[in-house]
Design a protein around this ligand. Structure first.
Ligand code: ZN
Length: 149
């Protein structure tokens, strides 16, 4: 099936961020376009799924160790750590959503991941600084090894 010209508006529409004129045009288009209705249904399902997902509880003492790490690693490393954690979270959510969408997509040529799905789960390693990444890796290994003791 060909891509519909209204598809780029669906995310904004779903998030309530489409301006009134385009919202009116999209709402007039939806009854006539099964593809857009299906995409919108997927977005709603994905939002519902993400809303149900609970954030994991922070292990005991982790906040204290995080404060310690700020002192020893420096502010820059923590900023990178937060960025990496956000990237990892985004990748996980994208992967979860992707798997969910994949499970709902009928088999066939159209079930291959779209470019944005591949981009969403591919870490952007080009923006990471080697020193910080190394420091964070050490910190994470240390942190994880504490958890298993
Ligand atoms: Zn359409």
């Amino acid at each position: 099936m060909r891509k519909c010209e209204y598809e780029n508006w669906l995310m904004l529409y779903h998030d309530g961020e489409l301006d009134a004129e385009r919202r009116r045009r999209l709402e007039a288009h939806l009854p006539a376009c099964a593809r857009c209705r299906a995409q919108l249904e997927r977005l709603r399902g994905l939002s519902h799924l993400l809303a149900q997902a609970e954030a994991p509880a922070m292990p005991d003492g982790m906040m204290g160790r995080l404060h310690e790490a700020v002192a020893t690693c420096g502010e820059r490393a923590i900023i990178t750590l937060c960025r990496n954690a956000l990237l990892a979270t985004a990748a996980l959510l994208a992967l979860t959503g992707g798997l969910w969408l994949y499970g709902r997509t009928p088999a066939g040529p159209s079930s291959a991941p779209q470019a944005w799905e591949v981009a969403a789960v591919t870490p952007d390693t080009g923006t990471l600084e080697t020193d910080d990444t190394e420091q964070i890796t050490v910190w994470m290994v240390r942190e994880l090894s504490r958890e298993t003791k």
